[in-house]
Write a protein that binds this ligand. Structure first.
Ligand code: NAD
Ligand code: UDX
Length: 470
């Protein structure tokens, strides 16, 4: 198999950027060009002072080492396609907002337009790799489009190579993945293309971690893995509700269950609900596929994982209102954390958005602090979640604070929405002194030392903990 010398990645987002930057770092002999239609994003990747468009621990170092050496960012999509031996398609595949399958199916418009671009531009054979998360059999549609539009003597081999990185730990995940999954057709050409991509990863990933499977298994494995992970969170969150009502402690429960090697300890952290761009979208996609092939019971089973997540967010918001004497009208609630998890500035599907929305609908005032989320993003998310509220109305009720301490000042309650490490390390005594009394803390991430806070004088409620107010 001819070794891959030039790689193009279409889509410079949370996946394309870090993944291909790491490939460039680990494979100095390969030239990697990451392209995007979004000029502002590319400019940020290229910025002389490294103001990268996404925050991800360790990413800056990778880009510093590889950018300009064998890693390039560009808006010239056509030139990068033409030059490449192998093209990653790493564009967004959001849930469809309208039309057939609205609210469930994946919107493949970006995948299709990238695919058409490849067909239009390529004058020689290429390996085309689905990096985006897509419904099962998308590779078939891609092949049909490519073959129907290709120039003579151009052949396209299509691979599925879903990405399993998690935001916040993307660089560690990419440096040492549990596995790299490559799906191909089991034809001689498909197997050869698969070997070409496997050889790229083999520059730093042990061969036994590179799994090669059929195309359709690879595509479905990605949706299945996310569904299974999210299912664990919904399972533990459903139990957290039981704990709060029975005197059990969800952390003790998770620990006891997790010690069973068949269950394992990971992904059993009860929370205010899972967020992120993947879990909900990918499960809804699985639900849609199940319904499309007439398996309503399978669809209902997975839909429940998302419904339990909605319930958990709603339940937590209700706890806040109930505890604050059944009304939060004109009270100030400080929301600490707005990102969907710690160590990222990403807010897609963040449970914090749902919480703030509930508080605003109850006519509360809200102060928000997050160490990494840009302020414009918070305004954008709140405008989207409250489409009937003009931005002036939102800004009358919401203040974005420069620190946790500022957010908490004169507030009635603090709500922990993201598990940022700095929230554990705050001087809670100082915070207490600035707040209205009784001062409440609602820990939606189980990160605080409740007994210590109670000693200071706080009234504390934590997800999945039975303690009634101090
Ligand atoms: P993103 O929105 O951050 O990035 C996608 C980029 O593609 C955008 O910058 C957009 O401008 C660009 N784009 C869209 N159409 C284009 C076109 N035709 N030509 C050039 N550029 C184009 O999305 P993301 O979070 O990186 O996710 C990408 C894919 O990876 C999705 O399918 C997602 O489900 C999957 N995925 C995401 C994660 C994650 O943690 N975010 C993890 C695994 C898999
Ligand atoms: C997820 C998958 O983990 C990753 O493999 C896939 O490639 C993309 O989707 P991501 O969404 O970036 O990654 O982060 P993840 O760590 O999975 O967290 C998702 C959400 O679940 C976050 O809101 C997180 O706070 C929450 N979570 C996670 C819990 O509530 N409890 C847990 O035990 C773990």
């Amino acid at each position: 198999v001819a070794p891959v010398k030039k790689i193009c990645c279409i889509g410079a987002g949370y996946v394309g950027g870090p993944t291909c930057a790491v490939i460039a770092l680990k494979c100095p002999q390969i030239e990697v060009t990451i392209v995007d239609l979004n000029k502002a994003r590319i400019d940020a990747w290229n910025s002389p002072d490294y103001q990268l468009p996404i925050y991800e621990p360790g990413l800056l170092e990778v880009v510093r080492q590889a950018r300009g050496r064998n890693l390039f960012f560009s808006t010239d999509v056509d030139a990068a396609i033409e030059a490449a031996d192998l093209i990653f398609v790493s564009v967004n595949t959001p849930t469809k907002k309208s039309g057939v399958g609205a609210g469930y199916a994946a919107d493949l418009a970006y995948v299709e337009s990238a695919t058409r671009r490849i067909a239009d531009v390529a004058t020689r054979s290429k390996i085309v790799v689905e990096k985006s998360t897509v419904p099962c059999r998308t590779a078939e549609s891609m092949r049909t489009i490519l073959e129907a539009n290709s120039k003579p003597n151009c052949r396209f081999d299509i691979l599925s190579n879903p990405e399993f990185l998690a935001e916040g730990t993307a660089i560690d995940d990419l440096f040492a993945p549990d596995r790299v999954l490559i799906g191909s057709l089991q034809t001689p050409e498909g197997v050869a293309a698969c070997e070409a991509l496997a050889s790229v990863y083999a520059n730093w990933v042990p061969r036994e971690r590179i799994l090669t499977v059929g195309l359709w298994s690879s595509e479905l494995s990605k949706l299945a893995a996310n569904a299974m992970l999210a299912q664990r969170i919904s399972s533990i969150n459903s139990l957290s509700a039981l704990c709060e009502n029975t005197g059990a402690n969800v952390e003790e429960l998770a620990h006891a269950m997790g010690r069973d090697t068949r269950i394992g300890p990971k992904f059993l952290r009860a929370s205010v609900g899972f967020g992120g761009s993947c879990f909900q979208k990918d499960i809804l996609n699985l639900v849609y596929i199940s319904e499309s092939v007439h398996l309503p019971e399978v669809a209902a089973y997975w839909r429940q994982v998302v419904e339990m997540n909605e319930y958990q967010k709603h339940r937590f918001a209700k706890t806040v209102v109930d505890t604050l004497f059944n009304t939060i009208t004109n009270k100030t609630i400080a929301v600490l954390g707005f990102a969907f998890k710690a160590d990222t500035g990403d807010t897609r599907e963040s449970p914090a958005i749902a919480l703030v929305r509930s508080f605003l609908l109850e006519s509360a005032k809200v102060t928000i602090y997050d160490p990494k989320v840009p302020h414009e993003q918070i305004w954008l998310d709140l405008s989207e979640t409250l489409p009937d509220w003009p931005i002036e109305k939102i800004q009358k009720s919401v203040t974005i604070a420069p620190s946790a301490l500022e957010a908490a000042k004169k507030s009635e309650a603090i709500v922990i929405a993201t598990e940022w490490k700095e929230f554990r390390e705050i001087d809670w005594k100082v915070i207490y002194d600035t707040m209205k009394k009784p001062a409440f803390v609602f820990d939606g991430r189980l990160i605080l030392d409740a007994p210590k806070l109670r000693e200071i004088g706080f009234r504390v409620k934590q997800i999945g903990r039975p303690e009634v107010l101090a």
